[in-house]
Design a protein around this ligand. Structure first.
Ligand code: SF4
Length: 350
């Protein structure tokens, strides 16, 4: 099991979620008889833990498998193999990946997913009241109509929505307001874990900052734990205690946020960081342009999947899969040369 260091200034508790060797392989079917010709290994043996009260950022380019991983964790899609051990409020542990659909219904209220697109993730035919109340009703947390309305009003207030707009429909709200509705809905059943899948990507930069600040406030107020999935590293840096970097279905680096951003140990992370915009005019932008595309997860390269794009690749990189190893306390990377390479973080200009 990977240990998570406690982050400064925040109350980080016991392990809440442990993902063990999780896999999601989609079959490639061809021909009249739909015979299986291969698999797209969207998630291929990912392990990490998240502690209570922590924000774990998960980054990677489009196609890296991060969204599929998030969906497997909350069982929005079925994992192919592996375990997702989740600690319930009474201390009991369940394996979300292995539970029957019936048992899953009983624990679903404890974890929730917020989606990227606030425009399409809300049912346009439902009022704000019904959207936010739905998980309360589904989980039979309250039955009296008056109690439900009071709870919805309290949630709207907590996420900064005008409670007078209770009976309005999603089309009457801006993108930022719709994401606030989505957040209020996710809070409704008192979850312990919220998976935010590109939760601010579709919003303007100024609105992004407001939503990120709101999530941080809510985390403190309700002792929430976040898995924050994003392709934008500057967003992840702002909110995360620790960060995992995915490439072609695998984690390639994991560390506390400061170490990962200032002292990356994997060349892929270095390249992603070089694209993070800086507001400091003293810092010279020297973006590392990666050649080619993200490798095909149905037919990945030999050895290190990143080797065709890596500017530090050597012969061994195409031959042997690099081991996942602890390069510094709490800092893990999968690169043959993680301990030797002097990679550039966001605070350096050379
Ligand atoms: Fe680059 Fe080789 Fe490290 Fe892979 S193992 S990231 S190819 S140096």
């Amino acid at each position: 099991m990977l240990e998570a260091p406690a982050s400064a200034g925040k109350e980080i508790g016991e392990v809440l979620l442990e993902v063990r060797d999780l896999k999601k392989h989609f079959p490639i079917e061809k021909g009249f008889f739909r015979s299986v010709q291969g698999h797209v290994k969207a998630v291929d043996g990912v392990s990490f833990v998240i502690r209570e009260g922590e924000t774990f950022g998960l980054v990677g380019e489009s196609g890296s498998g991060k969204t599929t991983l998030g969906r497997c964790i909350v069982r929005a899609i079925e994992p192919t193999a592996g375990e997702v051990i989740f600690r319930l409020p009474d201390g009991d542990e369940v394996d979300i990946a292995a539970m029957s659909r019936r048992d899953l219904r009983d624990v679903r209220q404890h974890f929730h997913m917020i989606f990227q697109d606030p425009y399409s993730s809300l049912d346009p035919r439902m009022s704000v009241l019904d959207i936010i109340a739905e998980p309360i009703r589904n989980n039979k947390l309250l039955s009296e109509s008056r109690e439900i309305q009071d709870r919805v009003r309290a949630l709207m207030d907590v996420v900064g929505l005008d409670i007078q707009h209770l009976n309005r429909y999603p089309h009457a709200f801006s993108g930022g307001q719709r994401q606030r509705i989505g957040i209020a809905r996710s809070l409704a059943p008192n979850p312990r874990l919220i998976v935010c899948d590109e939760a601010v990507s579709a919003l303007d930069v100024s609105i992004q900052a407001q939503i990120l600040n709101l999530l941080e406030d809510l985390q403190e107020e309700f002792n929430l734990t976040f898995l924050f999935i994003a392709h934008d590293l500057s967003v992840v840096e702002h909110i995360s205690d620790r960060v995992g970097v995915m490439y072609v279905g695998k984690l390639v680096e994991l560390a506390d946020s400061e170490s990962l951003f200032n002292d990356p140990k994997h060349p892929y992370t270095e390249a992603l960081l070089s694209a993070v915009p800086t507001t400091d005019p003293e810092i010279k932008m020297d973006r590392i342009i990666l050649p080619g595309e993200v490798a095909n997860p149905a037919d990945p390269p030999s050895g290190c999947y990143f080797h065709p794009r890596c500017r530090y690749a050597q012969e061994i990189c195409a031959q042997e899969t690099p081991a996942w190893s602890e390069v510094a306390p709490g800092h893990f990377a999968a690169c043959h040369f993680a301990e030797e390479l002097e990679l550039r973080g966001v605070d350096e200009d050379d």
